[in-house]
Write a protein that binds this ligand. Structure first.
Ligand code: GLN
Length: 493
């Protein structure tokens, strides 16, 4: 029974169905793993009692033949998703102690299907970051270490707690959100799978807003199949989100046929960026070979406006954030710091409640939206967004999916890149364009770099075509045969 935490979701569902173990036993094993890996700081709030209660209910449902598609599966929830009766902080001091009285649609969908929630995971404050260093609740430590080197590394961000928990076997899967790369980059840094679905596929209702036109909720798991299982549950039309798409949700596990013969795989020449480590370039080439060997046809494509994606993102995302974060005023949610009058109370609350990265974004956002600068920055960025989207539309006339590396580096050390926001922003160079365009994209663990750290490859697809993204992802996963475990975890197994 000791290895329950090493099962995939698909294997665990099978074991539950065959009565090899109960949801309570599975949950207990994960609560144990959560406690043993506390040093990673992956969870902000652990909810073991709630998890055991949900697991007991799951066991009852299974005994009466009423089990849902994820019944009894222990998951971790990024602390950006509002959970009824459970503190939701967005990793910000300003929301500390906020207990929502409602459940986000995505988490409600998972609960409807029987999932068990272990707790709320750490993230960069308001999901702003690429290293999970900006959390008010402290940074998260990547369960992976460089070979022969004990330096603590970042798990990536912003969904750093979710990926650390899944990689460390302290959850079977997790929810994340991806505004500029926050699902795919941390998945790449920790050797797990992360999928950003099409914009509008998973409801944003009840997810604390960062940049509404770019925020994409999505799943993490250790295999592509598990990711598909989670997406089956999380996706779907939600009238409470005006940008939710009223489209049927296919069974994504059916897409994993392994057959990609004749599929055209676009290789964008603009993704060869200066200073990218050789091993990432090599892995990308390997990825092309793997897909070719499976019968796909690589085609060179051009996404000419790629170089404008980061600048456009770092105007649009802060602009929307500055507007979204205006609601934190000490009146309606979380922290209040008194002052002599109302204006002072607002000022004190926001000065104390927000960390420096969040303040930087609010200032940039307010600036680019201000009269006089709106046309020069915001309107221009929106035009670039349009051109970037058109690049993809044109590319998908000649290819069915696009293969790139997930990130331009492997996991870096805690504190590295921290004093230079622009270097930090470069982490998203391969991921932001698909957020601007709203297209689906997955990161799949594809190998270990020279230092023994995981590296991911990314597949992007057409709007609403998560199926091709998952199918190609599964072929890559299979060819890569990634089976390495984080050092500390390997020892315990
Ligand atoms: N790293 C990017 C940022 O800081 C993306 C974050 C995200 O996707 N939530 O904005």
């Amino acid at each position: 029974m000791t290895n329950l935490t090493h099962l995939t979701i698909a294997q665990a569902l099978d074991g539950l169905q065959k009565k090899d173990f109960t949801a309570t036993e599975l949950t207990q094993a994960h609560i144990g793993a959560m406690e043993q890996t506390r040093g990673l700081n992956a969870y902000i709030t652990e909810t073991p009692d709630l998890a055991l209660k949900q697991a007991a209910e799951s066991d009852k449902r299974r005994a009466t033949g009423k089990a849902g598609t994820l019944d009894g599966i222990p998951l971790a929830i990024k602390d950006l998703f509002c959970t009824d009766g459970v503190q939701t902080t967005a990793a910000s001091h300003i929301l500390e102690g906020f207990i929502p009285r409602y459940e986000s649609t995505v988490t409600a969908n998972l609960l409807r299907d029987g999932a068990v929630f272990l707790g709320k995971t750490n993230l960069d404050e308001f999901a702003m970051g690429s290293s999970n260093m900006t959390s008010y609740f402290g940074n998260v430590i990547n369960p992976w270490k460089r070979t022969g080197d004990d330096t603590d590394l970042v798990p990536g961000g912003s969904s750093g707690g979710s990926v650390a928990a899944v990689a460390a076997r302290a959850a079977m899967g997790a929810t994340g959100t991806d505004t500029g790369g926050s699902i795919r980059q941390p998945a790449g840094f920790t050797g797990i799978v992360g999928l950003k679905p099409t914009y509008g596929r998973c409801s944003r209702w009840g997810v604390v807003a960062f940049a509404s036109s770019l925020d994409h909720p999505g799943p993490f798991a250790r295999t592509v199949k598990d990711t598909a299982l989670l997406l089956n549950s999380m996706a779907g039309y939600d009238p409470k989100d005006s940008t939710s798409a009223n489209l049927p949700v296919p069974d994504y596990t059916k897409a994993l046929s392994g057959d990609i013969r004749g599929l055209r795989i676009g290789i964008p020449k603009e993704y060869r960026v200066d200073g990218m480590p050789d091993e990432i370039e090599k892995l990308w080439q390997k990825g092309i070979e793997w897909l070719k060997a499976a019968g796909a046809v690589p085609v060179e494509i051009s996404l000419p406006h790629t170089k404008y994606a980061l600048p456009a993102y770092y105007i649009i995302a802060p602009a929307e954030a500055s507007s979204n974060l205006a609601r934190y005023d000490g009146v309606r949610y979380g922290l209040r710091v008194e002052g002599d009058n109302l204006t002072e109370m607002y000022e004190h609350t926001r000065a104390k409640g927000f960390g420096s990265e969040v303040k930087r974004r609010i200032m940039i956002g307010t600036y680019v939206l201000s009269a006089g600068y709106y046309d020069a920055f915001y309107v221009k960025a929106q035009k670039m967004r349009r051109l970037i989207t058109e690049d993809f539309t044109k590319a998908f006339e000649v290819c069915d999916a696009i293969l790139t590396p997930t990130a331009p580096s492997e996991a870096f050390a805690i504190g590295e890149k921290q004093d230079d926001p622009v270097t930090m922003y470069l982490n998203d160079v391969f991921t932001v364009a698909s957020n601007l365009a709203g297209i689906p994209a997955i990161s799949v663990p594809a190998g270990l770099g020279a230092q023994g750290l995981p590296l991911g490859l990314q597949i992007m697809g057409r709007m609403w075509d998560e199926e091709t993204v998952l199918r190609v992802g599964a072929v890559l996963e299979n060819a890569a045969g990634f089976s390495a475990l984080p050092q500390g975890i390997a020892k315990a197994a």
